[in-house]
Design a protein around this ligand. Structure first.
Ligand code: SF4
Ligand code: SF4
Length: 428
């Protein structure tokens, strides 16, 4: 694609990067067929190619983002399905990230929209406040009908039962069972440990059982993905620096062989810390080191090899590959192979490449499209007739649970169960 940035514009590193990305696009349109918003709406402006054109115009003109463009950028799920399909290797992720920062800096959203985004950016990454908000939302349920549209949807999403916090999420070291094979840091995250604390507990047990000493590093917290996808660059970079500092202290101390992430949405962002902070001389090198050590839990478990299966009977599993897992991190076979090696019969759904509509806060900000994707995904998963749905991302787990009676559990909960852990919470 031809671009016409001025020499002055090209002096800005972010514009130079956007220019390189844009020039790779050959307008072939292969990406449209696998884009969930194009599949639903059939509008070129809601396809990757359409968005790339709009972003190009917006950045070249160096003007405030127009409302028409913001609408289509906001509708993008950042599912990255287009990057899996694109034959030219267009780095759509960094392009849409840059476009969102431009929107955030130049576009004045309607007041209600601004307030909602401020609340989400403040509440969700903070586990204590998020937990209190969920309790409040549950209490407000009887008055739901009186609430305005999106607030009504948010209240409906509060789980019936809010689990008590896990003691495993505070800074500490969990010793390896038997001979130590690795020393790893676990990112305990933000929303996940409130909604399903059993996932971190299962992860620690599984890793310990397979010879990993697991440390929850003091100071590590939310990865920043949520604010990153809202274009709030200062907040996302602050979250990245916070975690880089926490894990660097561990590397400099007792050492780390890997940083383990068990929510693939977070993993995609932490693996990008090197890119996010590369313009900051004080942090660039450390961030790149952290990114290079970051692994999804299934990557490390694949390298270690799954232990002996202790179950006599196991349910059939249909595996939902989160977009951040299959498109963001390109991890497609590892989780399924681990489940198979642990004795589960694993089935694949049709339209496995399409997003479930969770996409961070997308289901709260774009409830109509997210709802349609959720129902479609749940139907495709249920059609496999498996007893359990497994996935590796908390957002998908919550989203899909809202549209099916089939239990939805995290992949590590099944692996932990099969190798000696308790029955996953969702299957009790
Ligand atoms: S990230 Fe997903 S929703 Fe956005 S343009 Fe690409 S395929 Fe479409
Ligand atoms: S598939 Fe790639 S090269 Fe083709 S239009 Fe989409 S982004 Fe551009």
């Amino acid at each position: 694609m031809e671009t016409t940035f001025s020499p002055e514009q090209m002096q800005v590193p972010a514009i130079a990067i956007a220019n390189d990305i844009l020039r790779k696009c050959v307008h072939c349109g292969f990406c449209t067929a696998t884009c969930p918003t194009y599949v639903l709406l059939g509008d070129e402006a809601d396809s990757p190619r359409g968005r790339i054109y709009m972003i190009k115009d917006m950045l070249e003109n160096a003007k405030p983002a127009p409302a028409r463009v913001v609408k289509h950028i906001d509708r993008c799920l950042t599912c990255l399905s287009c990057t899996s399909t694109c034959p030219s290797g267009v780095d759509y992720m960094h392009l849409i990230d840059h476009a969102r920062v431009h929107v955030e800096e130049t576009y004045s959203r309607p007041l209600g929209d601004r307030l909602l985004r401020m609340v989400l950016a403040f509440v969700v990454p903070n586990p204590v406040i998020f937990r209190l908000s969920l309790i409040g939302a549950r209490l407000a349920r009887p008055f739901r009908a009186l609430m305005p549209g999106r607030l009504k949807g948010m209240i409906a999403m509060a789980p019936d039962k809010i689990p008590t916090p896990s003691r495993c999420d505070t800074p500490q070291v969990f010793a390896a069972e038997g001979k130590r094979r690795m020393r790893v840091a676990l990112m305990t995250g933000c929303a996940q440990k409130v909604l399903r604390p059993s996932i971190n507990e299962a992860t620690v047990r599984l890793l310990n059982r397979h010879g990993c000493e697991v440390v929850v590093a003091p100071g590590s917290a939310c990865c920043g993905a949520l604010v990153h996808h809202m274009g709030k660059e200062d907040a996302s970079h602050a979250a990245a620096r916070n975690n880089v500092a926490a894990w660097t202290a561990e590397i400099d101390g007792a050492g780390l062989d890997a940083i383990i992430i068990n929510a693939s949405g977070c993993g995609t962002t932490v693996k990008d810390y090197g890119f996010m902070l590369k313009g900051d001389p004080a942090w660039a090198e450390k961030a790149a080191k952290i990114a290079s050590l970051t692994k999804d839990v299934t990557e490390v478990m694949s390298a270690l090899g799954i232990g002996e299966n202790t179950l006599k009977e196991q349910p059939s599993v249909v595996y939902h590959s989160a977009c951040s897992m299959q498109h963001g991190q390109k991890l497609r076979e590892e989780p399924k192979n681990l489940l198979k090696n642990a004795g589960f019969e694993v089935r694949d759904p049709v339209e496995g490449h399409l997003c479930c509509g969770s996409a961070g806060t997308y289901n709260l900000l774009q409830p109509e499209l997210a709802g349609r994707l959720k129902v479609r995904k749940a139907a495709n998963l249920e059609a496999q007739g498996a007893a359990v749905i497994a996935t590796g991302n908390i957002g998908c787990l919550v989203q899909i649970s809202g549209a099916t009676d089939t239990p939805v559990v995290h992949t590590v909960e099944l692996l932990d169960w099969a190798t000696g852990g308790p029955v996953p919470e969702g299957l009790k």
